[in-house]
Write a protein that binds this ligand. Structure first.
Ligand code: WTA
Length: 567
């Protein structure tokens, strides 16, 4: 860890220019992420090195060297160009964690397209909202997810290329569908990577807010500067590492640190396209000798439930460094991980909007279990008074987490929604929407979100999206979705529902509504509990007081309800 130096030294001497130079970003006018994640690694003589080791849920294994990544992404890029996709078009990736997802991401960028990765467990309504908003032109999809798109494509006039990556050879494509098999397509050895500028849009990740539809946080190619250096310093990725990021590229962690960061560094990463299982995970890490592991608190809490005995059945001596993101990492989980793996999980805090880690625990820094750590060098972070938006100077006082804009991976806007984007800035600070305090040594301690967004198992779910979908159910008159505490997932969705006249609450009704949401939105958004109520508490102006319901679930003092009336 000595190459990292002390936190204070790094913080003082840091400037982004240095990371840019290390990455040789912009040489020969090249700013395209696609180049830095494949061709550049090959040019450095590492073409034969493995970039991706993939294991499917059936145990099938595929391996891709950096040269394979280069050539397959070229092949995809060329194919997309040939089908009429232009620079700046949005191309959605809607797949499980198959190799085409990772290689497609690079391929889209190489031809100047804007990637729009979406979690493949999304149902048709969640998918529709995001494709409609981005006016997406093409979607790369596995055949198993095709029915969802077929049901909505008539309402999506811009979506004219539905690219099925694993169609049966005999299947006949329906209108606007194209069959493409990456491995059977003639390989494209040389592709003219589109020379985009550093500010050109690269990725749009949709994220949920309290009100309105999900918003597309739009990033630029130069985000790679931040993803590269944080992967190097915080994930501490080194040449011989075998790196495992458990996140799905449908979410920002899975792209910033499951594709861009590690590949910009030329590291070997492993991907497991299978669901969670404690022993499955341990066996996977043992098999591939994983040395750096980036995961999430819910997964750690699930592992804790299986006990240390399960860990001890496996040889995990290859593990060198562990980090976590997405939700508060409780102190017990940090202490447990040290007992179980001989290493502490290093918590990192950031958001879809920030594109890269903002507040982190660095290797070499003293870890205070339960704290998110300190701002990454190059990042100015503070907590602000909730009324004046002035930085709070007294240690331990809770305020709004705020960041000084200007780091390379900051979103450039919300897609087609400048008003909401602008509303995130106050007094020259970007407001994250979370509350925290800072102790007398500069460590940040997470307190909670400052809005009604539900964080379930590290995934953000917007109450508005759930409530809108609930209203489409024939029996629902009105509803409110709130987060309810859960020992493993931190929060799960609970819905309060008033039924229309003629409908009666029952167990069957509850199941029917739950399934309705699971199918339309996703398993994450599905209420784990439904409470039928005669009516919902409202403000004088008729808005549902979601916070009142939430406070009850958390056993919080509600106090004067008039303060809730503005929500
Ligand atoms: C929460 C994920 C506590 C927070 C990269 C943030 C955290 C939201 C942490 C972003 C952490 C993320 N401790 N809470 N270490 N990391 N969060 O956009 O509320 O999916 O605003 O990005 O997750 O979630 P998002």
């Amino acid at each position: 860890m000595s190459h990292i130096g002390s936190y204070e030294e790094r913080y003082k001497s840091f400037n982004w220019k240095q990371s840019e130079e290390e990455l040789e970003y912009g040489k020969n006018g090249m700013y395209n992420i696609g180049y830095y994640c494949s061709d550049r690694i090959c040019e450095k003589g590492n073409g034969k090195k493995l970039g991706l080791i993939w294991e499917g849920f059936t145990g099938e294994v595929k391996k891709y060297s950096y040269n394979d990544i280069r050539v397959y992404s070229n092949t995809i890029a060329k194919f997309l160009q040939d089908t009429g996709i232009n620079v700046g078009d949005r191309v959605c990736l809607f797949m499980d964690k198959v190799p085409e997802l990772y290689l497609g991401f690079i391929g889209i960028l190489k031809m100047g397209g804007i990637t729009q990765p979406l979690f493949s467990a999304f149902g048709e309504e969640a998918l529709f909202t995001r494709l409609d908003d981005a006016k997406t032109k093409a979607i790369m999809i596995q055949k198993k997810h095709l029915p969802k798109v077929r049901r909505i494509k008539d309402k999506l006039p811009d979506l004219t290329k539905i690219i099925v990556i694993d169609a049966d050879e005999a299947a006949t494509p329906q209108i606007n569908e194209i069959h493409f098999w990456m491995e059977k397509t003639p390989k494209v050895e040389k592709f003219d990577i589109v020379k985009v500028g550093p500010e050109v849009p690269s990725v749009i990740h949709y994220t949920s807010g309290t009100t309105g539809k999900p918003k597309g946080a739009q990033h630029a190619h130069s985000s790679i500067i931040a993803q590269y250096i944080t992967s190097k310093w915080v994930l501490d990725l080194q040449t011989d590492d075998i790196y495992w990021c458990t996140a799905d590229p449908g979410w920002v962690t899975g792209t910033s640190y499951g594709i861009i960061g590690p590949w910009a560094l030329g590291v070997t990463q492993v991907v497991l396209d299978a669901g969670f299982g404690a022993e499955k995970w341990y066996a996977f890490m043992q098999k591939y000798k994983v040395s750096m592991w980036y995961s999430a608190p819910t997964a750690i809490r699930l592992l804790m439930k299986e006990g240390i005995e399960a860990v001890k059945k496996y040889d995990l001596s290859s593990l060198r460094h562990l980090a976590s993101v997405g939700e508060p990492l409780n102190a017990e989980a940090v202490v447990w991980s040290e007992k179980a793996f001989g290493k502490m999980f290093h918590d990192t805090y950031w958001q879809t909007e920030t594109g890269a880690m903002m507040i982190t625990n660095y290797p070499g820094m003293k870890i205070k279990p339960g704290s998110m750590g300190k701002p990454f060098p190059g990042i100015t972070a503070t907590v602000l008074n909730t009324k004046t938006y002035e930085p709070i100077t007294s240690p331990g006082m809770v305020g709004l987490i705020a960041l000084k804009p200007g780091w390379p991976s900051m979103m450039r806007s919300y897609w087609n929604n400048k008003t909401t984007y602008d509303s995130k800035f106050k007094n020259g600070w970007y407001i994250c929407g979370d509350r925290a305090s800072i102790d007398n040594e500069g460590y940040f301690w997470f307190v909670g979100r400052d809005d009604d967004v539900i964080n379930t198992a590290g995934h953000l779910v917007g109450p508005f999206e759930i409530e809108s979908a609930l209203l489409e159910h024939k029996a629902v008159a009105e509803s409110a979705a709130v987060g309810k505490p859960d020992p493993v997932n931190m929060e799960v969705v609970k819905a309060f529902i008033a039924l229309k006249p003629g409908f009666e609450p029952s167990g069957d009704m509850e199941l029917d509504i739950m399934n309705f949401i699971r199918k339309k939105l996703s398993p994450l958004a599905m209420p784990q509990e439904i409470e039928f109520v005669p009516s919902l508490p409202k403000t004088r102006s008729g808005k549902i007081m979601r916070r009142l319901l939430r406070a009850k679930e958390w056993g919080e003092e509600i106090g004067d309800t008039s303060t809730l009336e503005n929500d």
